[in-house]
Design a protein. Structure first.
Length: 291
């Protein structure tokens, strides 16, 4: 991988994290190249969220440790200290959480436009006056994920799957080069899960966005992610092609934890899907004025 160091957009070296006396990450090293779609697999408590949160500096590694994280060629943190310009890096990275993706009381459109705030003057965000080009971009992003008809609804009225699709729209409006998705399908039904994973795969394939997505369902890793990094108890126990994760290999890696990673008996195989969009919807709402 060192031959392609310019392509490495996520570079984690020797990441150590304790919460109190308990180790959560124990020397995790990981590199992801531009344009990859990688599953971060692991049972509950294996450290997936903790790792993802370090990538944008939401968690700091153990002070004084050898931990070092670079994203998009810029230092995020080293030895438990955040880089002073971490905000600039964050503006190029979108984070999609399992829940709490959106501001409930605001319209979906406003939530999606939040992706544009990093490149606009503060007053525009405060007054809700967005340039026409940004409104158009937000609407196109909602069309892309197939929920433009929900643009003017309060976010709280959307289903979980629709909320995740809105979060993907926001990432598109942001122009994110990297998407970090933390269990984005953990609380969704299988059909919504398929739709959300399909959209992440589409964004990765069509726009070249690098995607690191944590999952605890191995079948979704098989269906959508060519590469899997598997965590167990805060350590990387596998990093390679998802297709090479045979049932025996998974059993060797996870033992009794494997039940948590397998689909329920009889569950449908989550094959990739395409999105449907509704033609003929237009940008037209008095609540947000183009200016
Ligand atoms: N803020 C925190 N304070 C204390 N301990 C924490 C904190 N966040 C995570 N932990 C602990 O760190 C370990 C890793 O947790 P983490 O949430 O990263 O796992 P995970 O793989 O994302 O699990 P899940 O799939 O359940 O979200 C767990 O033992 C957890 O209890």
């Amino acid at each position: 991988m060192s031959d392609h160091s310019a392509d490495v957009v996520i570079d984690v070296q020797q990441l150590h994290k304790h919460f109190g006396a308990s180790p959560a990450l124990n020397g995790v090293s990981l590199q992801v190249r531009r344009g990859e779609m990688v599953a971060l697999l692991g049972a509950s408590g294996s450290g997936k969220s903790t790792l993802l949160r370090h990538l944008t500096g939401l968690h700091k590694a153990d002070a004084g440790s050898a931990s070092r994280i670079n994203v998009l060629g810029r230092r995020v943190q080293q030895g438990g200290r955040l880089a002073p310009d971490v905000r600039a890096t964050r503006s190029r990275v979108a984070v999609i959480f399992q829940q709490f993706n959106l501001v409930d009381r605001l319209p979906v459109m406003t939530n999606v436009l939040a992706g544009a705030l990093h490149r606009l003057p503060l007053w525009r965000g405060l007054l809700g006056r967005f340039p026409q080009a940004e409104l158009q971009r937000a609407f196109s992003a909602l069309q892309r994920v197939g929920i433009e008809r929900c643009a003017w609804q309060r976010a709280s009225t959307l289903s979980g799957g629709q909320q995740q699709r809105a979060a993907i729209s926001r990432a598109l409006v942001q122009g994110a080069e990297v998407v970090l998705a933390d269990e984005p399908i953990a609380s969704l039904d299988p059909e919504s899960s398929r739709r959300v994973m399909g959209l992440l795969a589409e964004v990765n394939r069509d726009l070249g966005v690098t995607v690191l997505v944590s999952l605890h369902q191995v079948d979704f890793a098989f269906a959508y992610c060519p590469r899997t990094v598997a965590l167990r108890a805060g350590e990387v126990v596998y990093d390679g092609p998802t297709a090479a994760l045979t049932p025996q290999r998974l059993r060797d890696l996870y033992g009794t934890q494997l039940d948590e990673l397998l689909p329920a008996p009889g569950a449908a195989v989550p094959l990739p899907d395409t999105t449907d969009t509704l033609p003929g919807f237009h940008l037209n709402h008095p609540g947000l004025k183009a200016a």
